[in-house]
Design a binder for this molecule. Structure first.
Ligand code: COA
Length: 322
């Protein structure tokens, strides 16, 4: 039996930090409101000339170094993102070229904030099928370029970043199971109203913004993150006592607290980065994973449960032995 094993992780955050106090200067909000409603204290924001692929390259370099692999070893690149550099070619090929990775399959997956979990699940299937020996899997966003900085209901929530993992085949158990899902009936609760075949010509810079029904999204997020966690545990006859760390998509601290309450699990078991990263969409899960590994909390042999949720709605989980 072949399993996929995570052999290296990395993250990259743009240098520029925007605090809640900085936001108070540009929109009608307060640090107190943002902290109490979301838990967010600061977020990183990319420079105008930074591309999502730039963030990916930096995160990938760290993950590859930790894994002890070179560009010659990589034979699959999968990137979860909703904010690619270009409509085409896909961002994975741009990263491939920037890093000098030899010819291999390279593609991106768009599943909003669930993008990394979709990407990891897909790469896992390539590895288990025997087609891939070393996959670079990334979740990355420069979501702040989609933000209307005059819309206080959304601009305080998001941030930029990239997280990367290197996956290799192993005879020892690594990724145990993955579960993906989506329900398109919720599209109107969270979306960006411009696409290639929809309003593209009419849209100018700053004309569009993220459309979100915050309260409705909040409720579905709590319910979905909890049910997707239970689905993964039930499928493997495990309970939360068997899980060392839950690594959820980081949208809002209150969503994480409500999820933990519903699952009857302590917040001490939940890796939390939303306070310092904001909601980085597809980048949030791999960056939280990397934070937990690098600060020493997540140790080899432990059981991790990655859960995510995003626009669509999309959702997914990855249960793994690290
Ligand atoms: N600063 C100050 N006041 C703000 C504000 C801000 N940044 N944003 C909204 N408000 C105001 C609203 O205008 C509203 O005022 P009103 O009562 O006079 O109309 C009030 O705060 C309450 O707004 P409400 O939307 O009910 O707040 P909330 O407690 O639901 O929190 C969110 C709003 C967006 C933080 C919360 O709904 C949320 O996090 N939802 C999920 C969003 C998400 O995670 N999206 C991504 C999913 S992947």
């Amino acid at each position: 039996m072949i399993y996929s094993q995570i052999v290296g992780t990395g993250r990259y955050l743009p240098e520029r930090i925007m605090t809640n106090a900085d936001l108070e200067k540009i929109v009608d909000t307060t640090d107190e409101w943002i902290r109490t409603r979301t838990g967010i204290e600061q977020r990183h924001v990319a420079e105008d000339d930074q591309k999502t692929s730039d963030l990916c390259v930096e995160a990938a370099k760290v993950a590859m170094e930790e894994a002890g692999v070179t560009v010659e070893d990589i034979d699959l690149i999968v990137v979860g993102t909703t904010s690619p550099d270009l409509i085409f070619p896909n961002i994975a090929t741009i990263i491939q070229h920037k890093m000098g990775i030899p010819a291999c399959a390279a593609f991106s997956i768009e599943a909003a904030c669930t993008g990394f979990v979709y990407a990891l699940s897909t790469a896992d299937k390539f590895i288990r099928a025997g087609d891939t020996k070393c996959a670079l899997v990334i979740g990355a966003e420069i979501i702040t370029k989609l933000i209307d900085w005059g819309d206080r209901s959304t601009c305080v929530l998001f941030g930029d970043g990239a997280g990367a993992v290197i996956l290799k085949p192993s005879e020892e158990q690594g990724i145990v199971s993955t579960h993906l899902g989506a329900d398109g009936q919720y599209k109107d609760l969270l979306y960006y109203p411009v696409g290639v075949s929809n309003n593209l010509a009419a849209a100018g810079v700053g004309d569009s913004r993220i459309i979100m029904s915050g309260n409705d999204v909040f409720k579905v997020a709590v319910k979905t993150l909890s049910s997707v966690a239970k689905e993964a545990l039930d499928a493997n006859n495990l309970s939360l006592d068997d899980v060392d760390w839950i690594i959820p998509h980081q949208a809002n601290l209150r969503i994480l607290q409500a999820m933990a309450k519903r699952l009857k699990v302590s917040m001490d078991k939940v890796i939390q980065t939303v306070q310092i990263h904001g909601n980085t969409s597809a980048a949030s899960v791999p960056m939280a994973l990397d934070v937990g590994i690098r600060d020493g909390r997540i140790k080899r042999g432990q059981t991790l449960l990655l859960v995510a949720f995003g626009g669509g709605f999309t959702w997914g989980s990855v249960l793994l032995r690290y």
